[in-house]
Write a protein that binds this ligand. Structure first.
Ligand SMILES: [Zn+2]
Length: 249
């Protein structure tokens, strides 16, 4: 079972601006490439892999949007001390603080980076008003669709169905508009699944998986262009309910 998806804190942090990372040099990190800063103890092989991993995450953003507008600096730790000292939450793999991505020793993985970057990229493309009106379930579902995290894949969705594990229905999912509503549902369903998990069963997060499934289905019809139009129409002042799930023209 994965730890709590702390990734979702991004929204609150971006909106609230209550948590900031220090400058890389102040944090004692070394620059190894543009926008990549690492704990000095990181070995050469890991540094090389991290640069490749970041490029892979960028390709995922670009594949969805056709371009990449945001360039979030990435801070990568190889010790838990570094991660916690910089503001990471114990037990999480990665977090976005302000417009920067903080990676734990377990977070050096393109899926985690792409998930965080997906939030930052979407934020960069929306007006503050549109961003505030964007439902959390869609923001997370899109991040899941872009980052292709295996834990929240279509296979994971099929497992939820086959094993008949507790999961939110469409109406319930789409009612998760705010971050507190989202977090409450994530925690509730994780507890439900943990209580019924069959021995050796595949660990899943029903709410993230359901959000990814819903957004992937929508994208299959609306396409990448549909996402761009959705953003454009929300930026122009239309409510989310007017542009989803209607396929944009
Ligand atoms: Zn997220």
């Amino acid at each position: 079972m994965r730890q709590l998806p702390i990734l979702t804190l991004l929204l609150a942090l971006l909106v609230g601006g209550c948590n900031t990372l220090p400058d890389a040099s102040d944090a004692g990190l070394q620059a190894i490439a543009p926008n990549i800063y690492v704990e000095p103890a990181m070995d050469t092989m890991t540094r090389t892999r991290l640069i490749q991993t970041l490029a892979e995450a960028e390709r995922a953003i670009s594949t969805m949007y056709g371009s990449v507008r945001s360039r979030p600096p990435v801070y990568a730790c190889v010790t838990a001390n570094c991660y916690i000292h910089l503001g990471g939450t114990y037990g999480s793999n990665a977090e976005a603080l302000d417009d920067r991505i903080l990676l734990s020793p377990a977070g050096l993985n393109w899926h985690f980076i792409a998930h965080e970057w997906a939030h930052v990229e979407l934020f960069s493309r929306m007006t503050p008003r549109a961003w505030q009106q964007l439902p959390q379930w869609f923001n997370e579902g899109l991040a899941v669709a872009i980052s292709q995290e295996p834990e929240y894949s279509e296979n994971a969705w099929q497992y939820l169905l086959t094993a008949n594990l507790p999961r939110p229905g469409d109406g319930e999912l789409q009612g998760l508009r705010t971050l507190p509503q989202w977090m409450d549902a994530v925690n509730f369903y994780q507890q439900q699944v943990q209580a019924r998990q069959i021995a050796g069963g595949m660990g899943v997060s029903p709410v993230y998986t359901a959000a990814g499934h819903a957004v992937r289905n929508w994208l299959a019809t609306a396409g990448n262009q549909g996402l761009l139009v959705l953003i454009q129409r929300m930026n122009a002042g239309e409510p989310f309910a007017a542009v989803y799930p209607v396929t944009p023209r």
